[in-house]
Design a binder for this molecule. Structure first.
Ligand code: ADP
Length: 271
């Protein structure tokens, strides 16, 4: 993946930017002629749980895909823990980053997707230890012990030696959550993690995420259509429409006192 070769001046505020774990700064993203994100600014504080809601097509997944480095911004800067993600600072200027830099910065982020993407030929315990051992270079026995603890936390300590196909969709999604969490990311990104699940299995996955949110100190960015879940789990709700943040605030404010007509209309669909 490449990025425009133009150089960007490092803003004066860069040195002070580490108080956010993730910072989108004036992010624009277009696909051909279509502008999907419009000068988006969004800061997530360490430990903060932020839920993003909004109509289909409003740009929520694009927001996540930029952070996962699956899409590159048309312009603007994304920082993770004070480090630019798509750029690298060289002699006070931001230049396009190489894959090594992006991998390093991205290692602060745990990601869980709609599709669980488990390795089908590996047991559950191996799915969870794989990156610990081969990427983080944790000794095997320690990795197994940490993975077991994490699988216990998501209620799957009896499935260590099973293969993904032997598990329900909800169980597989809980493995995917354990696999991301065991790497101790500073922020967890959950993109519509229950959309592909049978409705009967949604509750168990949301329950696990709620537990993690209450007990874990990592930040979370949760893109969701589940309004009750967003209200329960988030410190702040961000309402997106047509590629911009229309309103954001604490759940009580957003759900009980929506100020804009756009948010009022959106929420009325869930009554
Ligand atoms: P949401 O997650 O809120 O449903 P998305 O971020 O998936 O919204 O999509 C926002 C808009 O961007 C939609 O109009 C969608 O069609 C468009 N879009 C997303 N990805 C691409 C792509 N790879 N190519 C062209 N258009 C895209």
């Amino acid at each position: 993946m490449s990025i425009q070769a133009e150089k960007i001046e490092v803003p004066a505020s860069m040195a002070e930017s580490t108080e956010s774990i993730v910072r989108y700064k004036k992010i624009c993203k277009s696909f051909d002629e279509v502008e999907v994100l419009k000068e988006l600014d969004l800061d997530i504080a360490p430990g903060e749980k932020v839920a993003v809601i909004g109509p289909s097509g409003s740009g929520k997944t694009t927001l996540a895909r930029l952070l996962m480095t699956l899409e590159e911004p048309t312009s603007g800067v994304i920082e993770v823990d004070g480090q630019p993600l798509w750029h690298k600072e060289v002699n006070g200027e931001l230049v396009p980053a190489d894959q090594k830099h992006m991998r390093k910065v991205r290692s602060n982020i745990g990601m869980v997707f709609q599709q669980f993407n488990l390795f089908p030929h590996m047991t559950i315990i191996r799915n969870v230890t794989e990156a610990l051992i081969h990427v983080q270079k944790v000794p095997k026995q320690k990795a197994i012990s940490e993975a077991k603890q994490m699988l216990d936390k998501v209620g799957l300590s009896d499935k260590l030696d099973n293969y993904p196909e032997q598990l329900s969709g909800g169980q597989q999604q809980r493995v995917a959550i354990a696999r991301a969490l065991v790497l101790k990311p500073k922020i967890m990104l959950f993109d519509e993690v229950t959309s592909a699940l049978d409705p009967m299995l949604v509750g168990e996955v949301l329950g696990v995420i709620k537990d993690i949110a209450k007990t874990g100190d990592m930040a979370m960015l949760l893109i969701t259509h589940e309004m009750d879940f967003a209200r329960d789990v988030a410190d702040r709700i961000v309402f997106f429409d047509e590629g911009s943040i229309v309103e954001h605030g604490p759940p009580k404010e957003i759900f009980e006192n929506p100020k804009t007509e756009k948010l009022q209309n959106f929420l009325s669909r869930f009554l």
